[in-house]
Design a protein around this ligand. Structure first.
Ligand code: AMP
Length: 172
């Protein structure tokens, strides 16, 4: 039986602000079959890219990234909001609608040449994905690909990831 992942994506209008249609993936991860199918599809794409690590940012990147890393037999690297990681970190800053935000990883998270797949739930403007690319490359890692469950094509996030192997399971 083939599942249509869209059946477990809930549109929430005007969240977190007016005019935004939020793609809520909580129904998908709460459904055992759909969650497993999502991870299988991400793994089928990621496996040939031969990553030693999956990197994801809190919070939804941990859910998909952690499960994917397990499925691939890869390690998982958490990218976190400032102040959460206990040892020396490096940081990348990205733009939000109002102001900026940052993500950090431990400075010794990767060894040079390590192949890393970056995972997130939604590719929107591509700003946070770009910041994660910067983090991986600053540590000497190689971005083996960027995988997303959903791509919002009308926001052109892909343009900010030009030259990188970018894949989404579903697009709107
Ligand atoms: P981006 O604009 O690509 O940097 O996306 C920023 C973050 O916000 C990503 O981690 C997405 O998961 C999340 N995000 C952005 N737009 C949406 C949306 N319409 N629905 C759900 N999540 C979103």
């Amino acid at each position: 039986m083939s599942l249509d992942l869209r059946d477990r994506v809930r549109d929430v209008p005007d969240f977190p602000s007016p005019g935004i249609v939020f793609k809520d993936l909580m129904p998908l991860i709460a459904d055992a079959e759909y969650f497993a199918e999502t991870i299988r599809q991400l793994a089928a794409w990621a496996r040939p890219r031969d990553p030693g690590f999956v990197l994801g940012a809190e919070a939804r990147g941990f859910i998909f990234g952690g499960a994917l890393a397990y499925e691939l037999g890869a390690g998982f690297i958490p990218a976190r909001k400032p102040g959460k990681l206990p040892r020396e970190t490096i940081e990348a800053t990205y733009e939000l609608e109002y102001g900026t935000d940052s993500l950090q990883v431990h400075s010794d998270a990767l060894s040079a040449g390590a192949r890393v797949v970056i995972i997130d739930d939604v590719l929107a403007t591509g700003g946070t994905a770009r910041a994660k690319v910067e983090l991986v490359e600053s540590l000497g890692g190689v971005v083996a690909g960027l995988g997303f469950v959903i791509e919002l094509t009308f926001l052109n996030g892909r343009e900010r990831l030009e030259g990188y192997d970018t894949h989404a399971l579903i697009s709107y």
